[in-house]
Design a protein around this ligand. Structure first.
Ligand SMILES: NC(=O)c1ccc[n+]([C@@H]2O[C@H](COP(=O)([O-])OP(=O)(O)OC[C@H]3O[C@@H](n4cnc5c(N)ncnc54)[C@H](O)[C@@H]3O)[C@@H](O)[C@H]2O)c1
Length: 417
């Protein structure tokens, strides 16, 4: 039995072959990571180093773990969300030697236990998603936190938490804010979320989007993608915002802009993507139409106020896999997808492989950067050169070439006369 199999806590190892097929499928569609896998295999940037990751446990993240392993690391990984964990992928990953903790539908206690197990691996470096590992290390394990050489953070919500820790001066190790790289948020948040949210909503509800009214709550990088693709599917789109600049952007992109309580009366579908809590609350729910469908694409399941929904409901029942019906006293029904967790991951396969190829190339390069150089504790930007390298690799994989500045143009752009 391989060592990873002995240490892992997973649901069913018998699913390994099916999981490996899923991993091999995405590998085919991730040429940037394939290139890095080959490079890392030769250069061994993580030779003998223990690395722990907390990510959505599906095929693309599994492949990232294998690329880091190819670079010589002893990798352990835990699920960042119980509803996005795919048990077959988990089994496939264990078969390929990665110690893994997680199963679909883990309870809150099990999920928390898995996060602690991945830290018991005693890593020197991390890949975190939503800063869950950072929170445990700083609250419960300060000595262990002090031993961490560095890591990378995947998402906006994690960066908000890490920035707060860094500003307070308590972040004990350097973290690279992968989300802030152009090759992350411009593509993953916008085009990845834009496509995969609608994939998740459509396959879960089996309903038409064309002609419906979609309310997008939050017009950040993700919200822009969700709104753009809803429009492309033929929906009428309303955007709600709290930031006046983003609200102007939404209006000039051609969307209606209004407060959530007003939008509530019009929406057939509501998608929250703010990284904030309770952005759909009681006052909005009280005005919703019978049959309104709510989904969240923000990192945590706090954007739709479930306490408000539960207090308004007289009955709650599961009407389809991943859809709960809340029946209100006046007979109106409001539907919540995937218990308010990330709709594209909990009710779909997440972002398309080609999009995650860029994000995970940044993760792999960011991890190598932080392991090989001594960064000070705190939050760091990914070096611009690595961001540009990922864009170049993407273009190269498509066979697209672009122009270069001439020396004369460089001089012109740097002169003032
Ligand atoms: N589903 C996915 O696969 C996926 C991918 C990337 C990021 N995320 C998550 O999605 C969330 C948003 O990420 P982003 O990159 O778009 O962030 P962002 O900061 O670019 O945008 C968030 C927007 O929400 C707005 N907002 C905040 N509170 C609001 C409220 N009460 N009502 C209306 N608007 C409000 C903000 O003004 C901002 O414009 C984060 O939690 C992030 O971690 C999810």
């Amino acid at each position: 039995m391989n060592q990873a199999r002995e240490k892992s806590q997973i649901r069913n190892f018998a699913l390994a072959e099916q999981g490996e097929l899923k991993i091999d499928w995405v590998r085919e569609h991730m040429p940037l990571l394939r290139q890095l896998e080959e490079q890392f295999r030769q250069t061994q940037p993580f030779a003998g180093k223990r690395i722990s990751m907390c990510l959505h446990l599906e095929a693309k993240t599994a492949y990232l773990a294998l690329v880091v392993q190819a670079g010589g690391a002893d990798v352990a990984i835990a699920a960042s969300n119980p509803l996005s964990t795919q048990d077959d992928v988990v089994a496939g990953l264990v078969k390929r030697g990665v110690t893994t903790f997680g199963w679909y539908g883990a309870t809150q206690e099990e999920y928390q236990a898995h996060l602690r197990e991945v830290l018991n691996h005693d890593p020197i470096a991390l890949i975190d998603d939503g800063a869950d590992l950072a929170t445990i290390l700083h609250r419960e394990r300060p000595e262990q936190a002090a031993r961490i050489v560095g890591g990378c953070e995947e998402t906006t919500t994690g960066i908000i938490r890490l920035r707060a820790m860094s500003d307070e001066g308590i972040l004990k190790y350097p973290m690279i804010a992968v989300n802030d790289a152009d090759c992350k948020h411009l593509f993953d948040n916008r085009y990845g979320t834009g496509q995969s949210v609608w994939d998740g909503v459509m396959r879960t509800t089996n309903l038409v989007i064309a002609g419906k009214t979609v309310v997008v709550v939050g017009y950040g990088w993700c919200g822009k993608g969700v709104a753009m693709r809803a429009k492309g599917l033929g929906a009428k789109v309303i955007v709600t915002e709290v930031d006046p600049i983003r609200a102007v952007e939404a209006a000039m992109d051609g969307f209606s802009v209004m407060p959530i309580v007003e939008a509530a009366a019009h929406g057939d579908f509501f998608i929250t993507v703010t990284g904030n809590q309770y952005v759909i609350h009681k006052a909005a729910m009280e005005r919703m139409k019978d049959g309104a469908i709510l989904g969240n694409a923000g990192h945590f399941d706090v954007e739709v106020s479930k306490p408000d929904l539960e207090s308004l409901a007289v009955t709650v029942r599961r009407v389809r896999p991943n859809i709960d019906e809340y029946k209100l006293a006046d007979g109106r029904r409001i539907y919540l997808i995937a218990e308010g967790r990330l709709v594209n991951l909990a009710a779909g396969d997440g972002h398309p492989a080609e999009v995650m190829d860029m994000t995970f190339a940044l993760q792999a390069l960011g991890l190598r950067e932080v392991v090989q150089h001594s960064y000070a504790p705190g939050l760091h930007k990914i070096p611009r050169e690595l961001d540009l390298e990922v864009a170049r690799m993407r273009l190269q994989s498509w066979g697209v070439t672009i122009d270069q500045l001439t020396d004369q143009q460089v001089a012109y752009l740097h002169s003032w006369q």
